[in-house]
Write a protein that binds this ligand. Structure first.
Ligand code: CO8
Length: 258
């Protein structure tokens, strides 16, 4: 499908989705969100893709939902159309791993989009924030929920109540991002990480994603039980036999996704 607000490239089993509205710092308007969800769904369905990277520009991952598009909307309109419910639901259904590679601003919906990915690799230029409070609204794609789970109540409350930005170093310290790299190396590091994941057995990768995400949705006991049952089920795969045989034979495993 031809896109106008994003650029998609598939190379070496990795789909790279670049948000591309430079004049608006990649503000997430309806078209961009719809194209992004479609591109993610296409990557999920494409046998050649084993990992996805979502990124923006050097200046902005995304500066939030498009304020110009939202400014004149009424309550009746956003309620009736259930604004942002569709991208929220569609993002949650992607089964392949999605890495957010963040440089520059990741604000409001941009921060929320990054948090909806599976993990965040940040450039040392990254700035995260939920500045919706300054616009007289609150976050609408998980900013009060996911940020709290990432960084804890105190920091989430402060960020959501004041709208202050968090730099990359603080974001790593607080557990919002998996690691920080020099801006010039961001894409190289994200691609390298995606390649590492792409080499694994895909059913196993999907099982890990599903199991980690389950920890957000359930009690510890139920989560541990879920994990154990999924662990048991991996013994039905050929890749489990291959992975363990390769270890004992001191060679690299040749996974076949079976
Ligand atoms: N929406 C629309 N346009 C934007 C946005 C935005 N969020 N952010 C920047 N732009 C536009 C500016 O209007 C400007 O356009 P123009 O040249 O036509 O005036 C252009 O991008 C460049 O921006 P600036 O001139 O402001 O650039 P600066 O470097 O001076 O400042 C900032 C950069 C600090 C990032 C500044 O642009 C800013 O504060 N942006 C708004 C950040 C914000 O408040 N984000 C939250 C938006 S609300 C939201 O996200 C609600 C979430 C609900 C769920 C979302 C689901 C996806």
């Amino acid at each position: 499908m031809a896109f106008e607000t994003i650029i998609v490239e598939v190379e070496d089993h990795v789909a790279l989705i670049r948000l591309n509205r430079p004049d608006a710092l990649n503000a997430l308007n309806t078209q961009l969100l719809s194209e992004l969800c479609t591109a993610l769904e296409e990557a999920d369905a494409n046998d050649k893709v084993r990992c996805v990277i979502v990124t923006g520009s050097e200046k902005a991952f995304a500066a939030g939902a498009d304020i110009k598009e939202m400014s004149s909307m009424s309550f009746a309109e956003v309620f009736a159309t259930n604004l942002f419910a569709d991208p929220s639901d569609r993002l949650m259904k992607i089964r392949k791993p999605v890495i957010a590679a963040v440089a520059g601003y990741a604000l409001g919906g941009g921060c929320e989009l990054a948090m909806a990915c599976d993990f965040i690799i940040a450039a040392d230029t990254a700035k995260f924030g939920q500045p919706e409070i300054n616009l007289g609204v609150i976050p609408g794609l998980g900013g009060t929920q996911r940020l709290t789970r990432f960084v804890g109540k105190s920091k989430s409350m402060e960020m959501n109540l004041t709208g202050r930005f968090m730099d990359a170093e603080e974001a790593e310290r607080a557990g919002l991002v998996s690691r920080v790299v020099p801006a010039k190396k961001l894409m190289e590091e994200a691609q390298g990480t995606a390649q590492k994941i792409a080499e694994k057995s895909q059913p196993t990768v999907m099982a890990v994603k599903e199991s980690v995400n389950r920890s957000y949705e359930t009690t510890l006991n139920e989560g541990i039980l879920f994990e154990r049952r999924v662990f048991h089920s991996m013994f039905a795969t050929e890749d489990q036999k291959e992975g363990m045989a390769a270890f004992m034979e001191k060679r690299q495993p040749q996974f076949r996704d079976k």
